[in-house]
Design a protein around this ligand. Structure first.
Ligand code: PLP
Length: 363
């Protein structure tokens, strides 16, 4: 089977860093081999850096970002707990579904799509929630929300944050911002293929966890042994499930690539690329969808001009230029495009390429 090399400028996955792709081809190690255990330890250390946390319980969960979401709720929601969810797009909506399945009494705070989370409204939605949940970077709308402000006002509640599209792309400081539980994905700004969910939980949240959650695979109590939590770094491991060895090696390589460049430099590179794209789109006469002042640099939402067939443009870009961009999400499927510049693709040459190709498609 021959696979074309596409430029992945959609909402994810993005084109991985070459180092992350190369690592997939390394000789496979056994999942309890000391060399793999050292690799896992280093991976967890590097994850702490990109999360901005000292949490001992920081690990790559063996499945995609949605499994991180499941792990977050299934381990922390006790039946009947009030969970306030800020809903300003598709992934906030998904959180309400997952939390309800875990037995939460969900208080959904709905927002107009394209707007950031209204911190006052979310904090005032219930007098004593067990959990307040929000998406840092809403991939469905291209909007960034103020997690630090939620953390500052959370009171006794746990703050649960989706960082799937923010990690490794924009400023993220889990500990400074009061994030108690966070989950992410590898396939966006971390520049690694989809398949793992970087996860972190602090002592405060872990102490309140569900003792025997309704998921064996995602039970954080059992997963402690998987990453040698009791024994510390380099310590013994108990078998829980077979680690996806090649994916962890790939994540290790991607994280090393990011930290070699410098995390803040990587954030700055995403910022510069995103602003260049957004300026370029506006110069072409196109209108951006996300609220000004809250636009993500790594994921730009742009309105499809009147009379243009959005799917035909995306098809043309794919067939003529090997470029993928995303359709809008939900009700905006045919009226918005989503253009991602994540990880390796957050570069000026990628911006010029996508702008030129889009202009060609519209001509
Ligand atoms: N949350 C956000 C903000 C996302 O963008 C995504 C995926 O696009 C997810 C959660 C779900 O992650 P996955 O598709 O890797 O399961």
């Amino acid at each position: 089977m021959s696979i074309l090399e596409r430029r992945l400028f959609g909402p994810g996955p993005s084109n991985p860093y070459p180092e992350a792709t190369a690592a997939l081809g390394l000789p496979l190690l056994g999942h309890l081999d000391p060399a793999f255990i050292a690799l896992m330890d280093e991976t967890c250390d590097m994850l702490r850096t990109v999360w901005g946390t000292d949490n001992a319980r920081t690990l790559p969960i063996s499945a995609t970002g949605s499994a991180g979401m499941e792990a977050a709720f299934v381990n922390t929601v006790h039946p009947g707990d009030v969970v306030v969810v800020a809903v300003n797009g598709l992934f906030g909506q998904r959180m309400t579904d997952v939390a309800a399945r875990c037995g939460a009494e969900v208080v959904a705070v709905e927002h107009e799509w394209g707007q950031p989370v209204d911190v006052e409204r979310v904090l005032g939605a219930h007098p004593s929630p067990a959990i307040i949940a929000a998406v840092h970077a809403e991939t469905s709308t291209g909007v960034r929300s103020d997690i630090a402000a939620l953390g500052a006002g959370k009171g006794d509640a746990l703050l649960l944050v989706d960082a799937v599209t923010s990690i490794g792309g924009i400023e993220l400081r889990a500990d400074d911002w009061g994030v108690d539980i966070g989950y992410a994905g590898t396939q966006k700004c971390l520049g690694v293929a989809p398949g793992l969910a970087p996860f972190t939980i602090n002592d405060r949240a872990f102490a309140r966890r569900v003792e025997k959650p309704h998921s064996w695979y995602l039970d954080l109590g059992l997963l402690g042994g998987y990453v040698g939590e009791a024994e510390g770094r380099g310590g013994g491991r108990t078998y829980h499930h077979t680690a996806p060895v090649a994916m962890v090696a790939s994540l290790h390589a991607g994280l090393a690539r990011i930290l070699d460049e410098g995390l803040e430099a990587v954030w700055a590179r995403h910022e510069a690329a995103g602003r260049l794209l957004q300026d370029g789109l506006e110069k072409m006469g196109l209108e951006l969808f996300a609220a000004e002042g809250h636009r993500l640099p790594e994921l730009t939402t742009v309105k499809v001009p009147e009379g243009v067939d959005s799917a035909a443009v995306r098809r043309y870009l794919l067939e003529t230029h090997d470029i993928e961009i995303g359709a809008g999400a939900g009700a905006y499927a045919s009226s918005v495009w989503r253009i991602g510049l994540m990880g390796r693709n957050a570069r000026p040459d990628a911006v010029l390429l996508v702008l030129a190709a889009l202009q060609d498609a519209l001509d």
